[in-house]
Design a binder for this molecule. Structure first.
Ligand code: HEM
Length: 380
């Protein structure tokens, strides 16, 4: 499609983020890097209001569907909760210990399913800790998170989880209105826009959005990265021996196998892309998965190789809605790899016909059975 019809009238999938039958909009898809990147940056023409009629129905109004001043104001508040100084504190105090503990639990077992034991669990525990959830609520939070992010497979369970999470988060917000705490929910309760506090609805919608936006993407992208490292044992070994390569491996994993294949936009006027006119009021699906494999930007784009010269990918989108949690996701993934490499060695994938990367638009392995040995010099 990149070669023949980079601007295509049609959709590559029933987008779970914005199902065509729900938006009722004419469907278009962009496939090449240049046009996907340009569309992300042109939020005047490629708006995102249709989110309000799709995921907004489940989560409530979120910053994904906002634009202009409203988006800027809400994003600034939330960005403050995810500021670099907070991240610098979370890394040693919250993220590293969680990843270390998870790998400690399996390191002597010789085998594990890394999706179940590590990749789903670490962003769940990190998110719970950053939100300031009580330890005893972790099982409940894990179940509700899992149901909510599985909404494309089981709509009823997903909707129930959304309602239950709303009630649960409301209690936590109420507690913080009575006595402030030092966590993300506390930050949001204290935040003000033009002297006005955020409404409970705005806070709770954002907290719900954090599960698919922050937890699901991170668990899927780290599973994808591990899968491709296990599938390229030379690169896995090299990475384990030289940790300075971890940032490059994370970016190549994100480029090569993005956890979110496509995101939607709606055109606010007629627009011409590569000589093709897309009419006003169309849904344009920006195919990140294809843009990231554009051979005009990355020679040999279908090869997983973390030594390739680094060029920015679009897995974190771009423009005003570019991912707010990208630094956190990178820190979490790096911590997970370091904990694993410090504690186990000779990691090998046990392949069977189910060990593969699946899913649209969210994508990752459903399980990653591996064998390993405890590392001789574990840091635990
Ligand atoms: C590897 C992991 C991640 C990937 C690939 C990813 C990807 C994305 C993408 C593609 C968007 C844009 C969606 C759109 O415009 O339609 C986005 C937005 C967003 N992400 Fe992430 N994300 C990741 C991790 C996180 C984390 C860890 C958090 C927070 C805890 C987070 C919070 C957000 C938020 C709040 C937005 C909305 C920003 C806005 O509308 O201004 N993400 N992310």
């Amino acid at each position: 499609m990149r070669d023949t019809e980079p601007v295509w009238r049609g959709t590559i999938m029933q987008s779970a983020m914005a199902p065509p039958e729900l938006t009722g909009l004419e469907q278009w898809t962009l496939f090449d890097f240049e046009s996907v990147f340009a569309a992300f940056r042109d939020d005047e023409v490629f708006g995102s209001e249709m989110y309000n009629n799709t995921i907004g129905l489940v989560f409530g109004p979120t910053i994904l569907g906002m634009h202009g001043k409203q988006h800027h104001d809400h994003r600034s508040l939330i960005a403050n909760a995810f500021r670099q100084s907070a991240l610098a504190q979370w890394e040693p105090e919250v993220i590293d210990p969680i990843c270390d503990q998870l790998v400690d639990e399996i390191k002597d077992d010789g085998q594990a399913d890394l999706v179940k034991a590590v990749t789903f669990e670490f962003p769940t525990r990190v998110t719970a800790a950053l939100l300031g959830l009580p330890q005893e609520d972790l099982d409940l939070f894990r179940r509700l998170s899992f149901d909510l992010v599985s909404i494309t497979e089981d709509i009823e369970a997903g909707l129930n989880a959304s309602v239950e999470l709303g009630t649960y988060f409301q209690e936590l917000v109420d507690q913080r209105r009575r006595a402030m705490t030092d966590d993300i929910i506390g930050d949001l309760v204290a935040a003000e826009i033009d002297g006005e506090k955020l409404t409970d609805e705005a806070i709770i919608s954002f907290l719900r959005l954090l599960l698919p936006a922050g937890l699901e993407t991170t668990y899927r992208s780290s599973g994808n990265l591990l899968y491709h490292l296990l599938d390229h044992p030379d690169q896995l070994r090299e990475l384990q021996e030289d940790r300075s390569l971890i940032p490059a491996a994370i970016e190549e994993g994100l480029r090569y196998e993005t956890p979110l294949v496509s995101v939607p936009r709606n055109t606010t006027r007629d627009v011409e892309v590569h000589g093709v006119t897309i009419p006003e009021g169309a849904q344009v699906n920006l195919c990140i998965g294809s843009a990231n494999r554009d051979e005009k930007r990355w020679p040999d784009a279908d090869k997983f190789d973390f030594h390739r010269p680094r060029r920015a990918h679009v897995s974190f989108a771009g423009g005003i809605h570019s991912c707010l949690g990208m630094h956190l996701a990178r820190v979490e993934t790096s911590a997970m790899l370091n904990s694993l490499f410090d504690r186990v060695t000779d990691l090998e994938l046990v392949t069977d016909e189910d060990t593969k990367i699946v899913g649209m638009p969210f994508r990752s392995p459903t399980h990653l059975p591996v064998t390993f040995r405890p590392a001789a010099t574990g840091s635990s």
